[in-house]
Design a protein around this ligand. Structure first.
Ligand code: HEC
Ligand code: HEC
Length: 309
């Protein structure tokens, strides 16, 4: 039945088929190839026993070693956590105003704060912390509530006007809609614009400002962080910088709301966020900057809403 024969020139057996006089030699596999092949089979069998391999209905067979990629990930994560824990503890133990004294720790805090900012803050303050109308830019040197590390930390911890947070920051601007004639509002708005060189000043506006606004915004419009009254003389605007925006704020003031993060973020994350915000370029150092920008006759008391006008 078989047409196998020994091929004379090569001495090799043929496979037994013949096509138009052409026959195929049954050349044996090279030894090294064959043993490698057996080795891979042996390896596969061992692997199937030790590791998850065999597809089942909802998962693969478990394998006798109990290894899983999920478990591997969990192990790597907890190793990374342990490494971070050391840094966390150091940051927790360091007073926030002393952080800059250890540049390495400060840098780690800033990096951690940048990551937390992306998750918690960008929806209001913008990806680059540049803000938008109603949401302050955190990159500039203009601070409603003060720009030292501890002031920023306080703002983030307690928020602004945040319901249910006892220590939240509260600022208030009275509505002057019923107090001023339209011409007085025009004069005031022009005076406010003149503080940043955007309009010509006028005596009536300056007078009204001194009587009604200076108590909070300062005689020169430099702002009063203790009251959360923003500077009006730096061409940086929270609610828009046109004369129309300024009039709107005088007649029907807007008030920003910022969530308190204490309870939602741990104190170390808040500290790192403060370090990050402070590092954005406009951070202030504790004492000297404050006195340099505040006018001499800084008024610490807000006037009564029914003061004359
Ligand atoms: C829901 C919107 C919102 C979110 C989210 C938010 N903020 Fe704010 N933030 C505001 C508003 C509005 C103000 C201005 C409040 C005011 O009018 O005084 C503010 C003010 C601030 C200030 C004070 C700026 C100054 O000039 O004194 C800091 C600092 C700040 N936010 C940091 C953060 C950080 C850090 C996060 C994330 C953990 C965050 N904010 C998340 C809305 C938000
Ligand atoms: C009781 C304190 C207080 C008085 C008085 C007051 N303001 Fe304000 N003003 C504020 C506060 C606080 C804000 C910021 C509100 C916020 O952050 O949500 C503000 C915001 C503003 C803004 C918006 C600033 C920006 O960056 O967009 C303008 C403009 C302004 N005030 C003008 C005036 C003028 C003009 C007067 C006088 C007629 C006046 N304010 C009187 C507290 C006051």
């Amino acid at each position: 039945m078989s047409n196998k024969r020994i091929d004379q020139p090569t001495g090799t057996e043929t496979v037994g088929h013949e096509w138009d006089g052409i026959e195929e030699l049954n050349t044996p596999l090279p030894r090294w190839w064959l043993y490698t092949f057996y080795a891979t089979i042996a390896w596969a069998l061992v692997y199937v026993v030790l590791y998850p391999a065999w597809p089942m209905i909802d998962r693969a067979s478990a394998g006798t070693l109990g290894w899983s990629s999920r478990g591997d990930l969990a192990r790597e994560m907890s190793a990374a956590d342990a490494a971070r824990q050391g840094v966390f503890e150091k940051i927790a133990a360091t007073d926030i105003e002393k952080l800059p004294a250890s540049p390495e720790l400060m840098n780690q805090a800033i990096a951690g704060g940048a990551a937390a900012f992306k998750v918690n803050c960008v929806q209001c303050h913008g990806a680059g912390a540049a803000g938008s109308p109603g949401y302050p830019n955190l990159n500039d040197d203009d601070w409603i509530w003060g720009g030292t590390l501890s002031e920023i930390q306080y703002t983030i911890t307690h928020g602004v006007r945040w319901d249910g947070e006892d220590a939240t920051r509260v600022n208030f601007m009275p509505a002057f809609a019923t107090m001023f004639e339209p011409a007085q509002v025009d004069a005031l708005a022009a005076h406010v614009m003149s503080l940043s060189g955007k309009a010509k000043d006028n005596a009536a506006g300056a007078q009204l400002f001194a009587e009604n606004c200076a108590a909070c915004h300062g005689p020169t419009g430099a702002g009063t962080p203790a009251l959360g009254a923003p500077a009006l003389n730096d061409a940086i605007w929270l609610f828009g910088g046109t004369e129309a925006d300024v009039k709107k704020q005088i007649l029907k003031p807007r008030h920003g709301v910022m969530p308190a993060w204490q309870g939602r973020l741990d104190p170390v994350t808040i500290k790192m966020l403060a370090a990050y915000v402070h590092s954005r370029g406009g951070g202030q150092d504790p004492a000297p900057v404050q006195t340099a920008t505040a006018p001499e006759g800084k008024v610490a008391q807000a006037p009564e809403a029914d003061s004359d006008g």
